[in-house]
Design a binder for this molecule. Structure first.
Ligand code: ADP
Ligand code: MG
Length: 251
C-alpha cells in the first residue's frame, strides 16, 4: 500500500529549477532511499513533504491527505517526523528533557515555556522519554546536556526525538553524515530495528553501504529529476546512475 504519493512536483528558486517534475511512490513499511549528487534537490524534496517549502506545482499526498499548504506542525501531527541534515536539538537541556519536548510538540502543535512547565509535571511523558532512551542505548547519558554528546550520539538523540512521536513516516536526511564507521553501523542496526516495527522511512544518504544495507527501493535524483528508480540490484548496475552518481566525484 502506498503511504506517500508525490506527483509532478516542481520547485524553482529564482532561475534555478531545483525540482523538475518529480514523481515518487513510497510503499508503507518499506525503506526508500533517495540518492544523488550534491545539489540534486534531495533536501528540497524533503522540505516539500514537511511543509517547510511549498512546491510551485504538483501534489504530495500522505495517507490520502493532501499535504500541500498544510503547516509543518499539522504534517507532524498527521504522523510525519523528520531528522534534519544538521541535528536540531536543545544543547543546554538534558537528553531526557530533549526527548520529552517532541511529545508535547506533537500534542500541542508547538512548545512554549509555559508548556514546558506542564510537561515537567507529567510523569507519563518522562517515563516514555526514558523508555525511548533505553531503546536506543542512550539511557546512561540521560542527565547529560545534549551539547556534550559526540556527533554520532547527537544524531541518535535526534532520531529518538522523532521516534518518541510514534511516526508513521520517518524522513532522514543524511542520518550518518560525519559519523565514524562504528557509529554508522550502530545507526544501520537501529534503523533496521525501527523498520521491523513497520515504520516507513525515506532515507537520503551518500554512504552506499548504508543505502544498500537498508533500502528496498532506491530513487536516483539528479538536477531535480528522478533519473532512475528500482531495487538496489537494478540501481547498482544502471549505467546512467554510475555516470551521474556512483562513479562521480560527489560520492
Ligand atoms: P541536495 O540536498 O540534493 O544536496 P538541495 O535540495 O539542498 O540539494 O539543493 C538543490 C538546489 O537548490 C541547489 O542548487 C541549491 O543551491 C538550491 N537551493 C536549495 N535551497 C535553496 C533556497 N532556499 N534558495 C535558493 N536556492 C536553493
Ligand atoms: Mg541535502
Amino acid at each position: 500500500m502506498e503511504i506517500l504519493s508525490v506527483k509532478g512536483v516542481n520547485k524553482r528558486f529564482g532561475g534555478l529549477k531545483a525540482l523538475d517534475d518529480v514523481n515518487l511512490s513510497i510503499e508503507q513499511g518499506h525503506v526508500h532511499a533517495i540518492i544523488g549528487p550534491n545539489g540534486a534537490g534531495k533536501s528540497t524534496l524533503l522540505n516539500c513533504f514537511v511543509g517547510r517549502l511549498i512546491p510551485d506545482t504538483g501534489s504530495v499526498t500522505f495517507m490520502a491527505r493532501d499535504l500541500i499548504g498544510a503547516r509543518p506542525h499539522e504534517i507532524n501531527q498527521a504522523g510525519v517526523s523528520r531528522v534534519f541534515q544538521t541535528p536540531e536539538i536543545f544543547g543546554d537541556l538534558t537528553l531526557q528533557e530533549n526527548v520529552m519536548i517532541p511529545t508535547l510538540a506533537k500534542r500541542d502543535g508547538a512548545f512554549t515555556m509555559n508548556a514546558w512547565t506542564r510537561v515537567d509535571s507529567q510523569g507519563e511523558i518522562r517515563d516514555k522519554a526514558m523508555h525511548m532512551l533505553e531503546d536506543v542505548g542512550l539511557s546512561d547519558k540521560k542527565d547529560m546536556t545534549a551539547d556534550s554528546l559526540s556527533r554520532g550520539d547527537k544524531r541518535r538523540l535526534e532520531l529518538t526525538m522523532c521516534l518518541v512521536q510514534d511516526p508513521k513516516l520517518l524522513l532522514l536526511d543524511e542520518p550518518t553524515a560525519g559519523m565514524s564507521r562504528a557509529d554508522t553501523n550502530n545507526t544501520i542496526d537501529l534503523l533496521k530495528r525501527i523498520g521491523e516495527r513497520g515504520i516507513t522511512m525515506i532515507v537520503i544518504e551518500h554512504d552506499m553501504h548504508v543505502v544498500f544495507s537498508l533500502a528496498s527501493k532506491i530513487s536516483v535524483l539528479a538536477q531535480g529529476t528522478v533519473i532512475a528508480e528500482g531495487q538496489p540490484e537494478d540501481i547498482k548496475g544502471d549505467p546512467r546512475v554510475q555516470e551521474a552518481y556512483l562513479g562521480g566525484t560527489h560520492v
